[in-house]
Design a protein around this ligand. Structure first.
Ligand SMILES: [Zn+2]
Ligand SMILES: [Zn+2]
Length: 636
């Protein structure tokens, strides 16, 4: 066959060959260091390095370090894991094993759950398969034949997947004794997997469906070299130390109960006060910026949710109940009451903008598989507001919200990134309204010289939005603020204002949250500070520790003085060794420990000790109060 092949932006070379694999083609083109590559792009399409190239081909090798290369590496590692598991656990059935961020997983159906204790053995077997450097061989097959093949192996999940695909042909990949249904591409051989580690196991329903089999999911990570793997494992270690579920328990902030239900948070006293501090902060910041505080009911008639479009577009996320044969929807959003408040009287252009703020408790159905600590829950409070304004005021209002976000992120010392999410598949409103709304958001960003990315199809069903993703201490991104622009709901609820000419006009509505879900935000705060909250939000700011019983009277006086000055203080006057009391206070990550010994009792003051073990000089109770108040003013 006549081949004409070239590298991107390079002249072609021609040759006659019976057939030509990617590797051979690259060799002909003089490409060196082929072991650096995971795959090959042939005329822009990802293929196996070992597979054939087209007679006329533009070739682009894909480095194992590139995003696409790493994905192939990680997915290949999942095949190796599946082979290892099948060798170690006879009778296990395999399902799917995709690449994910930093790694991969595979879901298995076995007679018992696969556990953490099984991982070292699986890793060892994977290492054997890697060292044997087995090629990944691709083969195409009639679906019918593939079904028979997997049936003969008892792999019913694969049979189900192929039946659902309803394609004439499928491709299979085999390495060693393991064959998997797979689109590919894969690494040329298992030996290219240089650095991997299995991380954890979890339960996962087949196809995420609670009515179907519970599978064992094994998560692994894989990188192009050992150094990168090591760095990642260190980050994971750090993340574990900061894990808000673990710290939430240690610091007595919150808990969850199987008996109560998944995704429902119970706030303990330390969490209760933390929430209160943040809510109070929010209310102050909103009042300062011209918002009015409102509150709507928790359940509203289903007819109203139909009118708003939630029933058609958001029903699967909602809960419903019935009262006196009337169906009600538990609110997943706070918009509806706010619109009714607006509509409750005639509004003139002079009244606008209206900014209604609610710390709104909402319920949303999230699949049980995605629930996690405070980060993904089914009941949460949003710092939600709806701004109703004239079209002319829209830019200014969006800018105001962006400024608000900036100020708050500065206070909590978070960096953040912005994205604009556009119209999703399920949505209401005309193309024209979506265009206007999207343009308004883009204009506000451009006018403020803000950088942003476009996130296609990820908007709310009633309008496009700006998403704010904050970055935490470990460089992870968390969704917090969103700003949504909506021309449609004001239309559906016939909201109007009287303009300068006495004409009825339609206001625009901005839906926005700043911190987003308070639950998630508190989870992020716990991880950001590893539980060592700044003084201004610390649930307990100072803890008074007496050395002997002689010091209790003075300790109690100091405690009373601090509480009278609105300082969140606790006393530990137990007849215990001071060392133990200090250790306990340190575990609680309390910013100031006030150790009261004879010197403090006699001289009538305190000697504060900081969380990191440093001591401040002796000072009077009044001086200590000033110190804390200054921390709060500076939001330290
Ligand atoms: Zn595969
Ligand atoms: Zn809303």
């Amino acid at each position: 066959m006549r081949y004409s092949i070239h590298l991107k932006d390079k002249p072609p070379i021609d040759m006659d060959e019976e057939s030509l694999s990617g590797i051979e083609a690259l060799k002909h083109l003089g490409v060196k260091g082929l072991e650096r590559f995971a795959a090959l792009k042939v005329n822009g399409e990802l293929r196996d390095l070992a597979g054939p190239v087209d007679p006329v081909s533009e070739l682009e090798p894909v480095s194992i370090d590139s995003e696409e290369g790493l994905e192939i590496l990680r997915h290949s590692a999942s095949h190796v894991m599946a082979e290892a598991v099948k060798k170690l656990f006879p009778g296990v059935r395999v399902t799917i094993g995709p690449a994910i961020e930093n790694g991969f997983y595979y879901d298995f159906d076995y007679e018992r759950p696969l556990r953490e204790e099984d991982l070292p053995l699986i890793e060892e077997k994977m290492q054997e398969i890697i060292e044997a450097d087995l090629p990944f061989k691709r083969e195409e097959m009639k679906s019918r034949d593939a079904i028979n093949l997997f049936k003969s192996e008892g792999e019913d999940y694969k049979v189900e997947i192929i039946e659902d695909l309803a394609a004439d042909n499928v491709s299979l990949y085999t390495q060693g004794s393991f064959t998997d249904l797979c689109r590919g591409p894969h690494l040329p051989s298992t030996g290219r997997i240089k650095a991997f580690k299995l991380i954890k196991t979890a339960g996962a329903y087949w196809r995420g469906d609670e009515k179907r089999a519970m599978l064992s999911r094994i998560y692994g990570v894989a990188f192009s070299d050992r150094k990168r793997l090591k760095e990642h494992l260190q980050r994971l270690e750090e993340a574990k130390k900061r894990d808000h579920v673990r710290l939430g328990k240690q610091l007595d902030i919150f808990s969850t109960y199987e008996e109560i239900g998944a995704g429902m948070i119970v706030w303990h006293p330390k969490g209760g006060i933390l929430r209160h501090i943040i809510e109070e902060f929010e209310i102050r910041e909103h009042l300062k910026r011209g918002y009015e505080i409102v509150k709507g009911p928790q359940i509203l008639k289903t007819d109203l949710w139909e009118k708003s479009g939630h029933f058609d577009n958001y029903r699967e996320n909602m809960y419903f109940t019935e009262i006196d044969k009337q169906s009600y929807g538990i609110k997943p959003m706070n918009c509806l009451s706010h619109m009714l408040i607006y509509r409750s009287r005639i509004r003139s252009y002079r009244d606008l903008p209206k900014r209604y703020f609610e710390l709104g408790l909402v319920h949303r159905h999230e699949r049980s598989g995605v629930l996690h600590g405070l980060a993904r829950v089914r009941e949460f409070t949003q710092d939600d507001a709806h701004i109703l304004c004239t079209p002319e005021q829209l830019d200014q209002e969006i800018k105001g919200v962006l400024d608000f976000v900036r100020d708050v992120m500065e206070i909590f010392r978070f960096e953040y990134e912005l994205e604009i999410s556009t119209r999703p598949e399920k949505s209401i409103g005309t193309d024209e309204d979506w265009d206007r709304a999207t343009r308004a958001l883009i204009k506000a960003m451009d006018d403020n010289s803000l950088e942003y990315q476009i996130n296609e199809g990820d908007g709310a069903f009633y309008g496009p939005k700006i998403d704010v993703k904050l970055k935490d201490a470990l460089d992870r991104k968390w969704q917090c603020a969103t700003i949504q622009c909506d021309f449609t709901l004001p239309e559906r609820f016939d909201l109007v204002y009287i303009d300068t000419d006495g004409q009825r006009q339609r206001p625009v509505m901005i839906h926005r949250v700043i911190l987003g879900s308070l639950e998630r935000f508190i989870g992020v705060l716990i991880e950001q500070y590893a539980g060592a909250f700044p003084v201004w939000i610390a649930p307990v700011q100072a803890c008074i520790l007496t050395v002997t019983d002689r010091n209790i009277a003075h300790g109690e006086k100091i405690l009373k003085d601090l509480m009278a000055a609105d300082i969140r203080a606790e006393g530990d006057f137990r007849n215990e060794k001071l060392g133990l009391k200090v250790r306990e206070a340190q575990l609680q990550k309390i910013p100031y420990m006030l150790i009261i010994g004879d010197k403090e009792s006699d001289k009538g003051g305190v000697t504060p000790r900081l969380r990191d073990g440093r001591n401040l000089p002796f000072m009077t109770g009044g001086e200590f109060v000033n110190l804390i108040q200054e921390d709060c003013r500076q939001r330290r």
